[in-house]
Design a protein around this ligand. Structure first.
Ligand code: BTN
Length: 263
């Protein structure tokens, strides 16, 4: 399905564009009933020459992609699944935490307890509510987000129960996916020009306040290596600062996973 005649009133492209107004990062919207992956769709559009500021949304994904080659589970009609294609004029580092912060801000009026689990997850309490997958090629950057909106506990596959949550579970109310998407994109649009000029630095203090496990012992695993230390915060460009046996270690995101150490 293209941008016309959407059967999902909460994701109607025309309505979304009107609500977004003159947003600096989103000028067109394509809504799919079902697609392999909105990141895939955005990347294909980039390869065929689509200029940036294009948004791809799906009611359902058949091959949703997560970080580190994982798949991304989602429930038809309940998850917010979108990918934004942009062509930024600076290196894209920092866009994942920027989107995370925009989502935290955008969700603020709905659920105030959303935290950023560095580098790309949003958590409420101990459970994941959203993940971000950023991919880039030849100057095109695709920022994909999967946000659990109206899932019930029973909707989640057994292996995700107790680990994943949704906005409906946390607030006790169904939410309109389009309204949430607009809130997040308005926040991202509001940050984008400053990020283009100054990078992530202007946002780091606020991000640090929202950083899950800050001040706590954590373990990072990357390519078979395990580093344990206390998470002390972020660098000006959004890398993680860890205190390891009295020394500061700076870690870039990449293929690594982060856990709290409880003993
Ligand atoms: C992660 O937590 O590993 C990142 C998950 C990102 C999932 C979203 S859903 C929309 C977009 N399309 C994809 O295939 N992946 C991202």
């Amino acid at each position: 399905m293209g941008s016309g005649g959407a059967p999902y009133p909460d994701l109607h492209p025309g309505v979304l564009l009107r609500m977004l107004g003159s947003n600096p990062i989103c000028r067109s919207v394509v809504l799919y009933d079902r697609i392999d992956s909105t990141n895939g769709a955005a990347m294909r559009a980039a390869r065929s020459g689509t200029s940036g500021k294009a948004l791809f949304i799906a009611d359902e994904q058949s091959l949703g992609r997560g970080r580190m080659g994982r798949s991304w589970w989602s429930a038809r009609g309940k998850s917010l699944l979108f990918s934004l294609l942009i062509r930024p004029k600076r290196e894209p580092q920092g866009l994942t935490p920027l989107l995370a912060l925009a989502a935290v801000r955008g969700l603020g009026g709905i659920c105030g307890d959303v935290m950023v689990k560095w580098p790309n997850d949003l958590f409420i309490g101990e459970r994941k509510v959203a993940g971000i997958l950023a991919e880039s090629r030849d100057g095109a950057v695709v920022l994909g987000m999967g946000l659990n909106v109206n899932e019930t506990e029973e909707d989640f596959p057994v292996e995700l129960r107790g680990k994943a949550t949704s906005l409906a579970i946390e607030t006790g109310r169904r939410q309109a996916r389009g309204g949430i998407l607009v809130r997040v994109l308005k926040e991202l649009g509001g940050c984008y020009d400053l990020w283009c000029r100054s990078g992530l630095e202007p946002f780091v203090v606020e991000l640090e306040r929202r950083l899950l496990y800050r001040g706590e012992p954590v373990a990072l695993e990357s390519g078979g290596e395990r580093i344990t230390g206390v998470m002390t915060g972020l660098t000006r460009d959004g890398r993680l600062r860890l205190e390891v046996e009295g020394n500061v270690r700076i870690l870039a995101s990449g293929d690594l996973s982060l856990r709290r150490v409880t003993e």
